[in-house]
Design a protein around this ligand. Structure first.
Ligand code: NDP
Length: 354
């Protein structure tokens, strides 16, 4: 696939769209982008937009590794990175288990390295969120910002985002003491008391980050057994600034304009208590970022992309990598490996269909 081919293809695409048969239009899934593309305004946008061999949606370890591989294979690559690019590692302090960094590396530094590595081989970046996609016909279309981009293949690598508890008080006090990112917000709570909700790796890592600033961390967990890895458990359990509140869930975050405490309910008995604190860090897992793909690729009941044969989705030419389909491993290194596989599969697909 050479860039030169696309000049003609780009114009052909516009013609093709204006000549779409009634049957083709009806066969396409109902999607506002598909409908808008037929309007003159969208045709203008398409005419202005570029054609890519691969459009990668997402810029965590999966997306950026895919970009390194596709751009190094001389495929014209666009990364629609999201407004907040870099994925979850941008919210992580020390990454100790990514191979190759014997002393660990800061999450944002690792992502910056991956970004520069992809850019070095010619990957282009669009720092916008993918607002709509149309995977009904090739070339696939991705709307981001004011542009529609066309790609002969797509790699979906949008990852997952932190879950919230779903409390009214939680949303009201977001940014006023309620957070999902200790790396970002811990320094605002010097010598204060923080509650962390959850019992997984994220919760313990948040607590261990917080103790560098706060006077005390109380980890509220709904069971009496942690889900987190042993090494993090050992560190948290022996830290004198960290206490555990077992068998409890947060039912309300207290405070008008800032966090003043939490109302807890026991899960093993009928009892409610109140705990004073200045901040609440929610770390109860993640959910896949797939809203934009609904109706375009097959998703499972939890919203994860259904994967076939390693990296393939229900649409031929659309591949998937990382936490957006993987709820089992969910590690930066497995996401990076999946990004590599998706890139190689996309390359093979383009060779076979060009
Ligand atoms: P997990 O799904 O592993 O843990 C979520 C935690 O939140 C669980 O303890 C769960 O309780 C609890 N929880 C879920 N919903 C609620 C709720 N509504 N109310 C109260 N508690 C709730 O998510 P993580 O984000 O911690 O980790 C995700 C993945 O990322 C894992 O694979 C983890 O290993 C990985 N990770 C690795 C890190 C590292 O290696 N350094 C750092 C961070 C994450 P219960 O246990 O009862 O289900």
């Amino acid at each position: 696939m050479k860039n030169g081919n696309w000049k003609t293809t780009k114009n052909t695409t516009i013609v093709k769209h204006s000549e779409l048969s009634e049957q083709t239009t009806k066969a396409a899934p109902k999607n506002s982008l598909t409908q808008k593309i037929h309007s003159p305004f969208w045709k203008t946008l398409l005419r202005q937009s570029a054609m890519y061999d691969v459009i990668i949606i997402g810029s965590g370890p999966a997306g950026l590794t895919a970009a390194i591989y596709t751009s190094r294979a001389r495929l014209k690559t666009l990364v629609v990175s999201g407004v907040t690019w870099g994925g979850q590692l941008m919210l992580t302090a020390e990454v100790e288990n990514f191979p190759g960094f014997k002393d660990g590396i800061l999450g944002p530094e690792l992502m910056d390295n991956l970004y520069k590595q992809a850019e070095r081989f010619g990957a282009e970046f669009q720092f916008e969120d993918a607002a709509e996609v149309d995977f009904s016909t090739r070339p696939f279309k991705v709307k981001a910002g004011n542009n529609v981009y066309e790609g002969q293949s797509v790699i979906v690598a949008t990852g997952a985002s932190p879950k919230w508890l779903g409390l009214e008080s939680e949303q009201r006090l977001r940014g006023r003491g309620v957070s999902v990112c200790a790396t970002c917000d811990a320094a605002f709570f010097r010598n204060k008391v923080a509650v962390v909700v959850g019992g997984g790796d994220t919760a313990l890592q948040e607590a261990l980050e917080l103790v560098r600033f706060v006077s005390q961390v109380k980890i509220v967990h709904r069971r009496n057994q942690l889900r987190a890895s042993k090494v993090l458990q050992e560190r948290a359990l022996k830290n004198p600034k960290i206490q555990f509140v077992w068998n409890s869930t947060v039912h309300e975050i207290l405070g008008e304009n800032k966090v003043e405490g939490v109302r807890l309910k026991r899960t093993d008995m009928d009892e409610e208590t109140t705990l004073k604190c200045d901040a609440v860090f929610v770390a109860v897992g993640h959910e896949p970022s797939t809203q934009v793909f609904r109706g375009q690729v097959e998703l499972d009941e939890k919203g994860y992309v259904v994967v076939k044969d390693e990296t393939r989705t229900s649409v031929e030419g659309v591949f998937v990598a990382g936490d957006v389909h993987d709820y089992r491993y969910k590690q930066a290194i497995t996401a990076a490996g999946a990004g590599c596989k998706a890139a190689l599969d996309a390359q093979r697909f383009l060779e076979e269909t060009s």
